[in-house]
Ligand binder design. Structure first.
Ligand code: AMP
Length: 480
């Protein structure tokens, strides 16, 4: 499939795509759109950034266009469930953008953190598309503001995140309210056992499409680790910000409290920084995100949950102030950079207690991340065995992408002492050791991560959200 015209989509949709400057369908779109157009159920294994929203939104809009009917009061023809407010907003924006020449087309967003009354009013006459987070949707159903028995197409987006965030029971409740005769499109970046079970319960004879098992994002990102003392992390962050040429920096903290502490430290050091996390109001989160998007704010501190679904172009650096204890989160985090074919840089601070996390991450991504040792009082020889991998290729810069050390083999080599990840402190620069997992074989987990997916997936491009007119397209309810 080399052109959107080959799908047989309706003219108003093609016109919108031309305006969006989409020329070639992405792999997930090429695979998914024809199946959805046939009315079949789909399990799509794909991450945000692969073009998966259009993969479901385009054929859905085509269905609405070709099978016109007036939605019943308080009901929707298409229900899209997504785990976060941010992602839900982006999905609704995408529907508005691709459907901008379709009239009538009502798209409503039902998310928490904002007053419910507007959403109640918005649903009064029924809508074509409702994009919702599960909790708010159930609130609306309980208030009898929404009925779900007219849903023709259900989309479940980021199912694995739903599981992480504890939404699975809500999902089951919602699905039980839908009619059996419907089309279901199920997307997840990973397929842990519980998600497979959920998919089995929701889908009928689905077609499976897969473009990116979770490890593939990492190929295009320059990754570095700085081994450090825990107490030195605040100063190290400032050093990195001083010495790296950064544009937009996303700093990850494991806890909300930690995120606030980082903000305070950076502000004291003269850096404008703000945090988003679950304790912030929706308004605060939106304002901070808007500032980060438009460049007013250059440093954003986020927790994993708050960062989910954030889609901001031009993040030059992801800094893992704390390493995540779930390896998949590492991939999700660093995937926030290197969008739109841009290469990004991911720098992770790793203290003594986080060594095991680093090992798990490296096993999963099958890359030995070049490291610099900034720890005080630690000599190369005294490092834990798993970090005893001597250098190999003698280059001065960390290797990138596929050249990064995968799986087995010798280290990727400083061979010398210049894996300085920009701390600007010569006496602390790399002492010649490489972080490595010391494992030649692939662990069961790493194999699972590969999931038997097609080869060549590492080349699946990640796309950016451009300066599309959709962001300005506030009036989403087209006149009937
Ligand atoms: P998604 O994975 O759905 O979040 O999409 C990521 C970004 O890619 C969005 O900003 C889309 O606007 C953009 N995009 C999706 N499909 C295409 C395409 N075929 N060509 C160019 N950009 C695209």
């Amino acid at each position: 499939m080399t052109s959107f015209n080959d799908f047989g989509l309706a003219e108003p949709i093609l016109r919108a795509l031309a305006e969006e400057k989409y020329v070639t369908p992405t792999p997930i779109q090429a695979q998914t759109v024809p199946i959805v157009l046939q009315g079949r159920d789909v399990i799509g294994i794909a991450q945000t950034g692969t073009g998966k929203t259009a993969a479901f939104a385009l054929p859905i809009l085509n269905h609405i266009f070709t099978k016109r009917m007036r939605p019943e009061r308080k009901s929707c023809r298409v229900l899209v469930l997504s785990p976060t407010r941010e992602l839900s907003g982006q999905i609704a924006d995408s529907f508005r953008a691709y459907g901008r020449h379709m009239r009538p087309l009502a798209i409503e967003l039902a998310i928490g953190g904002v007053p419910i009354n507007r959403q109640v009013r918005g649903m009064n006459h029924g809508v074509e598309v409702l994009v919702a987070t599960p909790g708010r949707l159930l609130d609306l159903v309980n208030q009898r503001a929404v009925t779900l028995n007219q849903v023709e197409i259900l989309v479940l987006d980021e199912a694995d995140r739903m599981l992480d965030m504890g939404f699975i029971n809500d999902i089951r409740k919602i699905v039980a309210m839908l009619r059996k005769q419907r089309q279901t499109l199920f997307f997840s970046a990973t397929m842990p056992g519980e998600i497979t079970k959920l998919a089995d319960a929701m889908l009928t004879n689905p077609e499976r499409v897969a473009v990116t098992p979770q490890a593939s994002t990492v190929d295009r990102i320059e990754q570095r680790v700085i081994l450090t003392d825990k107490a030195a992390k605040p100063a190290l962050l400032v050093d990195v910000l001083k010495t790296e040429t950064t544009d937009r920096v996303l700093v990850f903290s494991r806890t909300k409290h930690g995120a606030d502490k980082i903000v305070r430290h950076l502000q004291k050091s003269g850096y404008g920084a703000e945090a988003i996390h679950g304790n912030k109001s929706q308004n605060q989160r939106e304002r901070v995100l808007a500032d980060f998007r438009n460049g007013k704010l250059r440093i954003l501190i986020a927790t994993d949950i708050a960062a989910r679904g954030i889609d901001v172009d031009g993040v030059s650096h992801v800094i893992n102030y704390d390493l995540p204890n779930i390896p998949e989160s590492y991939v999700h985090r660093i995937g926030r950079t290197a969008r739109a074919g841009a290469d990004g840089i991911a720098i992770s601070f790793c203290d003594h207690e986080e060594m095991a996390y680093l090992r798990d991450i490296q096993r999963m991504i099958r890359i030995t991340i070049p490291s610099t040792d900034n720890r005080t009082g630690v000599r190369a020889e005294s490092r834990p065995a798993e970090h005893h991998r001597p250098g190999g290729n003698g280059q001065n810069r960390p290797n990138r992408g596929r050249q990064q050390q995968r799986g087995h083999g010798s280290g990727n080599g400083s061979g010398g002492n210049r894996h300085n990840s920009g701390n600007g402190q010569p006496h602390r620069q790399n002492r010649g050791a490489q972080a490595g997992n010391g494992q030649n074989g692939q662990t069961p987990r790493a194999e699972a991560a590969q999931g038997g997916e097609p080869a060549g997936i590492g080349s699946v491009p990640f796309l950016k959200r451009g300066n599309e007119p959709r962001r300005n397209n506030a009036g989403h309810r087209a006149p009937r």
